[in-house]
Design a protein around this ligand. Structure first.
Ligand SMILES: Cc1cc2nc3c(=O)[nH]c(=O)nc-3n(C[C@H](O)[C@H](O)[C@H](O)COP(=O)(O)OP(=O)(O)OC[C@H]3O[C@@H](n4cnc5c(N)ncnc54)[C@H](O)[C@@H]3O)c2cc1C
Length: 603
C-alpha cells in the first residue's frame, strides 16, 4: 500500500481516557517517542463522565486508613478473585498518584484543614474518595490532557484503530506487536502507526447491553483487538451492574446516578417506604454492616464506633437486592426503587455535594432531588474482565502489547468497588507507560506487514461493497436486547445457551451487512466496524458465564446460587484461534502469607 499514510513511534497508546493519557505521559517522560490515538476528541473520553471520586488511602479524613485496609476492602469487594499483586500495588501507589495529579494542577475539594477531601463510597471502610464535587472525572481528564498537550505528545483524535499489527515470522520476532491500522472518522482515510510497543487503554464493553451508563465509545474494541493479536482475556463473565441508574423517562434509562448519593446519606426505599437493604445483608458482610437504621445513621458522623449502612454494601449486593424488590412487586412506578436524599439532607448540602445529580434529574426527568426521591434501578456499568496482564508491567502475553484501565482484567476480581477505577487508571497507566517505553528501547524497528495492511483495508471497506445486506443498527439492537435479557444481572444455563445461539446468528448476519453512503463521517460505517468487536466480546462474556458454575460478584447464576470453594480458586481465560474462542481454567496466583494475614486479623 504505497499510498498509505504512515507514522513511526516508539510507543503508541490506543485510548485517551485516564489510563491512556497517564501511560502516554509516562512513556514520553521515559524518553519514548509517543503518540495517542482516540475515537473521540481529546478530553471527551469516557473517563470524563466519572463522578464520585478516586479511591486512595491518604487518611485525610480518617487517619486510621492505610493501604492495607484499602487492599483488604478491594479484595473482599472482588470476593477474593482479584489478582492480589495488582490489588496490593493499586492500594500502595494510589495516594502518590492522586498527589501527583494535584501537583499537575488538579483542584480537589478540601477538608476544613485544607487537605484533599475524601468521601464515603460502597465497600470502603473509611471515607477514601478524593473528589471534585460529583465531577471528578472531568478534573482528572482536564489535568492529564493539559499535561499531554504541554509535553507535546502527538494525538490522533477522532481516529479508530481496527487492527493491531504483529511482526511476520521472517523477522524472527513472530507475534510481537509492531503497530496498528486505523481510520480517520472525519474523512474515512486510513493510516498506519508503526511502533514496537502498543498500550491498549480502550475502556469497556457496555454498548453491548441495552440499559447502560456507558458512552458510545464502549464497544469492547481493545478486548477484541487483543484477542485477535494473540492475547488472553481473564474472567469476562464479571460485568458490573451498577445499582443506581435512572429508570425514567425511557430516553435516559441507564444514565448513572452516582454512588455518592448514598455515600452522602441517601437511602434506598421500596414502594412501602421500607429501607429494604437491611433485609439483604449477606453473612459475608454482616460483621461490618449496621443492623439498625439508628446505627447506620450514626456511622456518617462516627465511623469508629458504628458500622456501615447496608446501602453502602458493594454494588453487586445492592443491585441484586433492588432486582429482588422489583420482582417481588415492591418497586417504584417505572420499575425501579426510590433513592431518597431529600428527606435526609438540606437543599444547600445536596446542591453543593451533588451538583451534577441535581441538574441531571431536573433537566432530564423534571425531578427536584432536594425535595423528592429519585427512581433508580440497575444499569450495565463496568467490565471487571479484561486483558490478562502482568501486574508489575501491565504486559499482555503478546510481546510489546500492554493494557491498562478498564480494558485490563484481574485488578477488581468479580466486583469493582466504586472509586477504584480512577485510581486503577493512574497506577497501571503509569506502569504500562514505563514498561512500554523500556520495551521499545530493546527492539529495533520491525517494519509493517504489508499483506495485513491490505487485508485490514479490504475488511474495512467490505460493508460498502456488498449490496443488499441489513444495516448495522438492526444487528446492534438485537445484540443489546439479547445480552440484556439473557446474559444480564441474573443468569441461567438455558438462557445463556440461547444467547450464544443468537450471537452466532448475528455474527453471520454481520458478515453480510451493508453500509450506504460514503466514507466521510459515516456513523453507520463506524458501527459496522465496531460490531464484530461487540459480538466477539459478548461471546466471551456468555461463554465464560456458562463456564463459571457459581454466583460471585457481578456474576449471578440462578441455577448455581452462592459461591463455591472450587470456583474460588479458578480464573476463566478466553483465547482466540482463527475465528473461534477457546476457554481454559487457570488456578489463581497464591497470595503470600504476609498479605493473607491481613484477612485473618480482620476475620
Ligand atoms: C457515569 C460514570 C461514572 C463513573 N464514576 C466513576 C467514579 O466516580 N470513580 C471511578 O473510579 N470510576 C468511575 N466510573 C468508571 C470509570 O469512569 C471508567 O472505568 C474509566 O474512566 C475508564 O477509563 P479508561 O482510561 O480505561 O477508558 P476511557 O476513559 O473510556 O477511555 C477509552 C479511550 O479509548 C478510546 N478508544 C476505544 N476504542 C478505540 C479504538 N478502536 N481506536 C482508538 N481509540 C479507541 C476512546 O476513544 C477513549 O479515548 C464511572 C463510569 C461511568 C460510566
Amino acid at each position: 500500500m504505497t499510498d498509505l499514510e504512515r507514522h513511526d513511534y516508539d510507543v503508541v497508546v490506543i485510548g485517551a481516557g485516564g489510563a491512556g493519557l497517564r501511560a502516554a505521559i509516562e512513556a514520553h517522560e521515559q524518553g519514548a517517542r509517543t503518540a495517542v490515538v482516540c475515537k473521540s476528541l481529546l478530553g471527551k473520553a469516557h473517563t470524563v463522565m466519572a463522578e464520585g471520586g478516586i479511591a486512595a488511602a491518604m487518611g485525610n479524613v480518617y487517619a486510621q486508613d492505610s493501604w492495607k485496609v484499602h487492599f483488604r476492602d478491594t479484595m473482599r469487594g472482588g470476593k477474593m478473585l482479584n489478582h492480589w499483586r495488582m490489588a496490593q500495588l493499586h492500594a500502595q501507589e494510589a495516594p502518590d498518584r492522586v498527589r501527583e495529579l494535584e501537583d499537575w494542577g488538579a483542584l480537589f475539594d478540601r477538608t476544613p484543614d485544607g487537605l484533599i477531601s475524601q468521601r464515603d463510597f460502597g465497600g470502603h471502610r473509611f471515607a477514601r474518595l478524593a473528589h471534585v464535587g460529583d465531577r471528578t472525572g472531568l478534573e482528572l481528564i482536564r489535568t492529564l490532557q493539559q499535561r499531554t498537550v504541554a509535553l507535546g505528545i502527538d494525538v490522533f483524535m477522532e481516529c479508530t484503530v481496527t487492527r493491531l499489527l504483529t511482526a511476520p515470522s521472517e523477522q524472527g520476532t513472530a507475534g510481537s506487536v509492531c503497530g496498528a491500522f486505523a481510520y480517520r472518522r472525519e474523512s474515512g482515510e486510513f493510516f498506519a502507526l508503526q511502533a514496537p510497543s502498543v498500550v491498549l487503554a480502550t475502556g469497556g464493553i457496555g454498548k453491548s447491553y441495552t440499559v447502560t451508563s456507558n458512552s458510545w465509545e464502549y464497544t469492547g474494541d481493545g478486548h477484541s483487538l487483543a484477542l485477535a493479536a494473540g492475547a488472553s482475556l481473564v474472567n469476562m463473565e464479571f460485568v458490573q451492574f451498577h445499582p443506581t441508574g435512572m429508570v425514567w423517562p425511557p430516553s435516559v434509562r441507564g444514565i448513572l446516578v452516582t454512588e455518592s448519593v448514598r455515600g452522602d446519606g441517601g437511602v434506598l426505599k421500596n414502594s412501602n417506604g421500607n429501607r429494604f437493604m437491611f433485609d439483604y445483608i449477606p453473612d459475608y458482610f454482616r460483621k461490618e454492616t449496621a443492623e439498625t437504621e439508628e446505627e447506620a445513621d450514626r456511622w456518617y458522623t462516627d465511623k469508629t464506633n458504628n458500622r456501615r449502612p447496608p446501602e453502602l454494601l458493594p454494588r453487586d449486593e445492592v443491585a441484586r437486592a433492588i432486582n429482588s424488590e422489583v420482582k417481588a412487586g415492591r418497586g417504584s412506578p417505572h420499575g425501579g426503587v426510590f433513592l431518597d436524599i431529600a428527606s435526609r439532607r438540606d437543599s444547600d448540602y445536596i446542591r453543593k455535594r451533588l451538583p451534577s445529580m441535581y441538574h441531571q434529574f431536573m433537566e432530564l426527568a423534571e425531578v427536584d432531588i432536594t425535595s423528592e426521591p429519585m427512581e433508580v434501578g440497575p444499569t450495565c456499568h463496568y467490565v471487571m474482565g479484561g486483558v490478562e496482564v502482568d501486574p508489575e508491567t501491565a504486559a499482555a502475553v503478546v510481546p510489546g502489547l500492554y493494557a491498562a484501565g478498564e480494558v485490563a482484567g484481574g485488578m477488581h476480581g468479580s466486583n469493582r468497588l466504586g472509586g477504584n477505577s480512577l485510581s486503577d487508571l493512574l497506577v497501571f497507566g503509569r506502569r504500562a507507560g514505563t514498561a512500554a517505553a523500556a520495551h521499545a528501547k530493546t527492539v529495533s524497528a520491525l517494519g509493517l506487514p504489508e499483506s495485513d495492511l491490505e487485508d485490514a483495508r479490504d475488511v474495512a471497506l467490505a460493508p460498502f461493497e456488498r449490496g443488499g445486506g441489513e444495516n448495522p443498527y438492526t444487528i446492534h439492537r438485537e445484540l443489546q436486547e439479547t445480552m440484556n435479557a439473557l446474559v444480564g444481572i441474573i443468569r441461567t444455563a438455558p438462557e445463556v445457551e440461547e444467547a450464544l445461539v443468537k450471537i452466532e446468528e448475528l455474527k453471520v448476519r454481520a458478515k453480510a451487512l451493508t453500509v450506504l453512503g460514503q466514507r466521510r463521517y459515516n456513523p453507520g460505517w463506524h458501527l459496522a466496524l465496531d460490531l464484530p468487536n461487540m459480538l466477539r466480546v459478548s461471546e466471551c462474556i456468555a461463554r465464560a458465564a456458562l463456564e463459571r458454575q457459581e454466583s460471585r460478584g457481578g456474576h449471578t447464576r440462578d441455577d448455581f446460587p452462592g459461591p463455591s470453594d472450587k470456583w474460588a480458586q479458578i480464573n476463566v481465560i478466553c483465547t482466540q484461534e482463527g475465528e473461534s474462542i477457546s476457554l481454559t481454567r487457570k488456578p489463581l496466583p497464591v497470595m503470600p502469607p504476609e498479605l493473607a494475614e491481613i484477612f485473618e486479623e480482620s476475620a
